[in-house]
Design a protein. Structure first.
Length: 120
């Protein structure tokens, strides 16, 4: 199957768009594709446990359900180290979610490795 990269830069102020990006990533994974998720900018705040638990999009589902399904299905999570640092987010503050802190160069590498890239 193909590899999909979803670049999530939207923060929790737009929950429907966040949940849509997560839903699309989850749908690709469910269809048998390999999925990478790179979270950057205001999107890094979405991964805080309290935001995952509270976040729901209108018609696009629960942040927590999507992220849990992505993690269980083997999706790889990359989080911008620069965006995280600027927002006071560390690996310890992500409640055990397995992520790789990564620089912008890793996003570029992932984009060139992917068959398709979607940005939300």
């Amino acid at each position: 199957m193909s590899r999909l990269l979803v670049h999530l830069a939207t923060g929790p102020e737009n929950p429907t768009r966040v949940a849509l990006g997560l839903l699309v990533a989850r749908s690709a994974l469910d269809a048998g594709h390999d999925v990478d998720l790179f979270v950057a900018g205001d999107g890094v705040a979405v991964l805080r446990p309290e935001t995952l638990d509270a976040g729901n999009g209108i018609g696009t589902g629960s942040f927590r359900e999507h992220v849990d399904a992505l993690a269980a299905g083997g999706a790889r999570f990359f989080v911008s180290g620069l965006s995280s640092k600027a927002r006071g987010i560390s690996l310890d503050s992500l409640g055990g979610l397995e992520v790789t802190m990564a620089p912008p160069t890793r996003l570029v590498e992932l984009a060139f490795e992917a068959d398709r890239v979607l940005t939300y």
